[in-house]
Design a binder for this molecule. Structure first.
Ligand code: HEM
Length: 427
């Protein structure tokens, strides 16, 4: 097999076959691409690495005695231009920051947010329901995670289109997307500073948000700087927006191509949460995460040394037949018990692992109710050309029988829960 490279179009077109070959023949395979790393493809190996954060680190600027002066690390290959908050830290720091955020993402917190989530979903469907036409990417899968994230985190809701577009385009490396992400970061920085000033003046009437929590927090007795709060907010947005966008589009793509499965779900909506979990397994929107080896270790029969980089192929682990019988089959009632690794596992397991499925469940139920006969125009469906981080879609137009609006209280133009910063979005 040619050298493995998850940044190529060839990989995007043949990732399932590529992983099946590697799992069967060379489950920890070295490649020289991007400075050299090993791709880990079997479920048990991937899980073992995720559960051994001491030997397999997430930090970005690690230095080893066998390569003095060289720095390596991070959870992507190659390293991301922007540090991803605690996702790219190791214990004890990673856990200290995680503890600040965890209460906002518990099952109870997400359950309490569900009525608001349902309003956002109905508002989005209202925007297209009368026309009988929809693009599942532009009209649903891209807006929903952005609206929910900004609303839930306490960021300016009316900016959702700019945030959604920048993070979505960055995922498939569209030209100009790096600049757009830079603008989002600048906007976040301004929002953080503005909000800090408001809270300091005692001028804020809005209920405490995720952003406020970070602004008021201390770690090891030291308050978080604006720069670190900005980084943490960026982590939340980057972690949650395009991964969810990708899964939602994949889910509707599948149900569009399989009307009989869609009818099954519409007839028995109690199957929806399990179906969403199975889609997460099968499509694995976040394709892989990286680690750096900190001590000599053997993995899948291969010896690894400190400083070696490994890419954990989550998409491969989730399709490993040793763990998921007939993995190429989507079984809407497959009882995974969330055994899949779409959200990672261990101490860095996705913080949005309750929020994201809630978004997908509420949305799928609404679409099955209000536009059950949607028909996707397959000739106009466009996938991401490359899938180094996220596996998703650029376009997925469809038609359906028009219906009435339901009009909820939600309006994305109104900053209902969010702070309103003083500066305008740089553009
Ligand atoms: C389908 C949607 C999603 C997928 C597939 C996904 C996937 C992942 C994966 C694989 C990791 C583990 C990273 C690692 O081990 O290095 C992770 C971590 C994380 N995700 Fe998600 N994610 C999704 C949605 C979200 C949402 C909605 C949020 C927003 C709250 C979010 C925030 C995070 C954060 C903050 C982390 C880092 C946790 C830590 O380091 O302790 N994700 N996600």
């Amino acid at each position: 097999m040619a050298q493995f490279d998850h940044h190529t179009e060839h990989f995007a077109q043949r990732w399932r076959e590529t992983y099946a070959e590697l799992r069967g023949g060379c489950p920890v395979a070295h490649t020289d691409a991007h400075g050299g790393f090993s791709v880990v493809t079997r479920y048990e190996d991937v899980r073992r690495v995720l559960h051994d954060p001491k030997t397999f680190a997430c930090g970005r600027e690690l230095e080893f005695s066998n390569a003095p002066g060289e720095r390596t690390g991070g959870v992507t290959v190659p390293v991301n231009p922007v540090r991803m908050g605690m996702m790219e830290m190791d214990p004890p720091d990673s856990q200290a920051y995680r503890r600040l955020l965890a209460p906002y993402f518990s099952p109870k917190a997400i359950k309490d947010y569900r009525p608001r989530l349902a309003e956002i979903v109905s508002w989005m469907v209202d925007r297209v329901i009368g026309s009988g036409r929809i693009d599942f990417v532009d009209d649903l899968s891209n807006p929903l995670p952005a609206l929910v994230s900004l609303d839930y985190f306490g960021l300016p809701l009316e900016r959702w289109e700019a945030y959604a577009s920048a993070l979505h385009k960055a995922a498939y490396r569209e030209k100009g997307s790096a600049r757009a992400v830079g603008e989002v970061l600048a906007d976040l920085r301004a929002t953080v500073a503005h909000r800090r000033a408001l809270v300091a003046r005692g001028d804020s009437e809005q209920p405490e948000t995720v952003l406020d929590r970070l602004l008021g927090a201390e770690v090891n007795g030291v308050p978080l700087t604006d720069e670190l709060v900005t980084e943490m907010m960026f982590m939340l947005l980057n972690g949650g927006i395009d991964t969810s966008t990708a899964l939602i589009a994949s889910m509707f793509g599948y149900l569009g191509a399989h009307p009989e499965r869609r009818a099954e779900l519409a007839a028995d909506q109690s199957l929806v949460p399990t179906a969403v979990d199975e889609m997460l397994r099968y499509f694995t929107p976040g394709t892989g995460v990286a680690r750096t080896v900190t001590a000599p270790v053997e993995l899948g029969g291969v010896s690894l040394r400190p400083g070696d980089r490994v890419l954990l192929a989550l998409g491969s682990a989730n399709n490993d037949p040793d763990v998921f019988p007939e993995p190429d089959e989507i079984r809407l009632d497959r009882d995974n018990n969330s055994k899949h690794l779409a959200f990672g596992s261990g101490i860095h397991r996705c913080l949005g692992a309750f929020l994201a499925p809630a978004e997908m469940t509420v949305l799928l139920e609404e679409v099955l109710r209000r536009m059950p006969d949607f028909a996707i125009d397959e000739s106009k469906v466009i996938r991401y050309p490359t899938i180094p981080l996220v596996n998703g879609y650029i376009a997925m137009p469809a038609s359906f029988t028009p219906g009435p609006t339901v009009l909820t209280g939600f309006d994305a133009r109104l900053p209902v829960r969010a702070a309103t910063p003083a500066t305008e979005l740089v553009s």
